[in-house]
Write a protein that binds this ligand. Structure first.
Ligand code: FE2
Ligand code: FE2
Ligand code: FE2
Length: 181
């Protein structure tokens, strides 16, 4: 893999890995008072694990120590603060990180990397929507009303409601979706 795309992939792996862990922790903190927001964070944390795994497999073996540089906020807050951090992270990925990583991968002819970045990019747009819905409920003083949340086990695509016959991002069949209900 060309060095620039390779470093971007390492950074993306780092960012997805930390998003996975941060959302798991946010879910635990929200469980008692906002169980549906907690369930949303659990579902989305699984999607971020799938993204991290896809990036990791795309990277192949690198025989040297490398540093991942991902933009991330640290330190816990209350449920509203943590939703704000989640929205900030997804927005950064949608507006800054993945569009530029995709463009470089495309310019460098790195097709596998481009696909991996794009699966994440498409998914993060849904994550942002779902977190915004949760934020609206929490700022109105309640838990979010939320149907089952479905996560595609191939690409991480996430949606609320019934699983589709075919994943709109990667084409996986309905039985590849995991429901968080
Ligand atoms: Fe992700
Ligand atoms: Fe995400
Ligand atoms: Fe998918």
């Amino acid at each position: 893999m060309r060095p620039m795309t390779e470093q971007n992939m390492i950074n993306a792996f780092g960012g997805e890995s930390m998003a996975h862990m941060r959302y798991r922790l946010f879910a635990r903190m929200a469980e008692a008072q906002h169980p549906n927001v907690a369930r949303l964070w659990r579902a989305i944390s699984e999607a971020e694990l799938i993204h991290a795994g896809d990036h990791y497999r795309t990277l192949k073996y690198i025989d040297e120590g490398r540093v991942a540089n991902s933009m991330a906020a640290f330190g816990p807050g209350d449920v509203a603060k943590n939703l704000g951090l989640s929205i900030g992270g997804e927005t950064f990925e949608i507006e800054e990180m993945y569009p530029s990583y995709k463009q470089i991968a495309e310019m460098q002819g790195e097709k596998d990397a481009l696909r991996s970045f794009d699966w994440s990019y498409q998914t993060e747009k849904k994550h942002l929507e779902l977190f915004q819905k949760a934020q609206a409920a929490v700022s109105a003083g309640s838990d979010v009303q939320l149907g089952p949340v479905q996560v595609c086990s191939v690409c991480g695509y996430t949606l609320e409601g019934e699983a589709p016959d075919e994943c709109p991002v990667c084409g996986a069949k309905k039985d590849k979706f995991t429901a968080y209900a």
